[in-house]
Write a protein of this length. Sequence first.
Length: 138
Amino acid sequence: MIAAGRSLLHARPLLVCCLLALALRLPLAIWGQNFISPDEIAQYLGEAHRLVYGQGPVPWEYQVGLRSWLLPGLLAGPMEMAKLAGLSPYAGVVLVRVLLCFASLSLVWSGFVWGRMAQGLRGGLIAGGWPPSGRISG
């Protein structure tokens, strides 16, 4: 339990940073069309889709062994779960995006921990992505 007079930010600053990061990431993952490069779709999600649904082109990089199957293989797992649940292929892509949002919290965690070691609570919040406030003291 949080002691009286202590805010959630002071009691669980890493949790607050992670929840804020998720609150900013999840809407973009679910509703955003945020692919920076078409290569991202063709080389990773496209190959994961082909592994799950059995159709789609095979880029030359995979044919000659220039690209690893590790990332498409990992992304095929959530797509297969969506397929088994009877959902559309797009739902599989959204599930992949949501799971990658959770994986990206490792950056928030490591930034927070390193910032806190170097500069106390304020450093952790800044490095973890929290907008600093004058009232936070480490």
